[in-house]
Design a protein. Sequence first.
Length: 262
Amino acid sequence: MVVEAADSRPEGLPSTVVVEVRDLHKSFGTVEVLKGIDLEVDEGEVVVIVGRSGSGKSTLLRCLNLLERPTSGSVSILGEEITSGRSNLFKVRRQIGMVFQHFELFPHRTAIENVMEGPYIVLGVGKAEARDLASALLEKVGLSHRADQYPNQLSGGEKQRVAIARALALNPRIMLFDEPTSSLDPELKGEVLDTMRQLALEGMTMIVVTHEMTFARRVANRALFIDDGVVVEQGHPEDILRAPSTEQLKRFLNVLFWGENP
């Protein structure tokens, strides 16, 4: 069944920009990875970022919560410029959940303990309340029956869904996904993507680095193609993926779908 992401804003109301990036540059030593990125993301919008390996996609994502410090330019989250050096970074990061490619779960804690860690340690929520919240979130991602299992007892797809529940436990306004299915076997990808589709339907603002083009077409409001550190093309996923207007995107899609250059 195709599940389409709906615009969560009531009809007639103006959009609210929750992520604003201006002229963002990031260098590692003498290598410039991001070369002047501009981006705005509205509340409730799902934006996918596509591009070849090494194009700067993950670096851009990590700059949005300052896991990587930009070399220059600005990033504003929920109206607050976090690159100014004057923001409460801890407070801002609580509003941004992030799911990584490789799960990053605590191996010595069960699924429910992994999810309750944030509310209990970071937010200071009581242990019983944190456990109740974690239990509800595991049910939300379809894993209530695996609550007492350790990561090494879970499949890759289950681990990633626990990671999503853990990110949601801090009640973020924005979710960042860095190639969340790239390390999964094909049969396990669907369960993670279904969870992400449901978040989109609930109105979660999401920025997703991915090569899952079906997900992009069915769920995202907008797709960005990044090549060599710049946004080369952007628009509705159905439009730019079916009829790319730049040679760079045409080459990328040809390699992605056919495995060879034209």
